[in-house]
Design a protein around this ligand. Structure first.
Ligand code: CA
Ligand code: CA
Length: 238
């Protein structure tokens, strides 16, 4: 099967100004303010939760720039793209304000964040039915002996925080396995985010649609990423 993947990383201008609307830049305040025009102009809407259909707030195929904080994924279709498209547009999680990449502008019809609904850098996993974080999801911060609707369906995943997570190809923590730690350590002032974005799980050495359970901690000899150390090296204040 042939499909074109657009690796669409929103080219945010790095800015220490985490918000422009006078909201306290608390470390756990996740939001995305989308604007209909470039350079944060025009009609706008501030999202703090999942939005499966942007027409509900008159922003369908409209957003061109944003300010934000947290790990947001924007989809071409409603309901997080299901399996129809494979365009990936994600925000730089600590990136502040900026124009979206041209191929992401006027495209978004749904959006949601990855990671914990609570603290930005909480230990958490988000599993997705489609590649590039599309479709149904299964998410959590504890062991899961099975994955309900996502049993043998996981094609991509994101982990946040500093815990490792072990993914298994059978239920009840059995079968082949791989451990994933955050492999990106972002910081902006005293705000930190550790994460790993796996756009295709087969890059982990487990087959697509094979994951069936997940355990907290690194319980596999196959390991992606590194526990903690790299980020501490960048964090002179601690
Ligand atoms: Ca669209
Ligand atoms: Ca799948």
């Amino acid at each position: 099967m042939n499909f074109i993947e657009f690796w669409c990383f929103l080219a945010f201008i790095t800015s220490s100004n985490l918000n422009e609307e006078g909201v306290a830049a608390a470390g756990d305040f996740r939001y995305l303010t989308g604007y209909a025009g470039p350079n944060q102009t025009g009609a706008h809407y501030q999202f703090t939760e999942y939005m499966p259909d942007l027409s509900m707030v008159q922003m369908d195929n409209t957003i061109e720039s944003s300010c934000g904080f947290g790990f947001w994924v924007i989809y071409d279709a409603v309901n997080y793209d299901q399996l129809n498209n494979d365009t990936r547009c994600t925000t730089a999680p600590l990136g502040g304000c900026g124009n979206w990449a041209s191929w992401c502008q006027n495209l978004g019809s749904s959006l949601r964040y990855a990671g914990s609904p609570y603290g930005l850098n909480d230990d958490y996993y988000s599993l997705y039915e489609g590649t590039n974080f599309r479709g149904k999801e299964f998410r959590g911060n504890t062991n899961a002996a099975d994955l309900d609707d996502l049993d043998m369906a996981v094609s991509s995943l994101i982990v946040t925080g500093q815990s490792g997570w072990t993914f298994y190809t059978d239920v009840n923590f059995t079968g082949s396995n791989v451990c994933v730690f955050a492999n990106v350590h972002a910081s902006n002032g005293d705000i930190h985010l550790d994460y790993a974005m796996i756009t295709h799980v087969d890059t982990l050495g487990v087959a697509d649609n094979s994951i069936r359970s997940v355990a907290r901690g690194c319980l596999s000899e196959s390991v992606l990423g590194h526990p903690g150390g790299e980020r501490r090296g960048q964090d002179a204040s601690n």
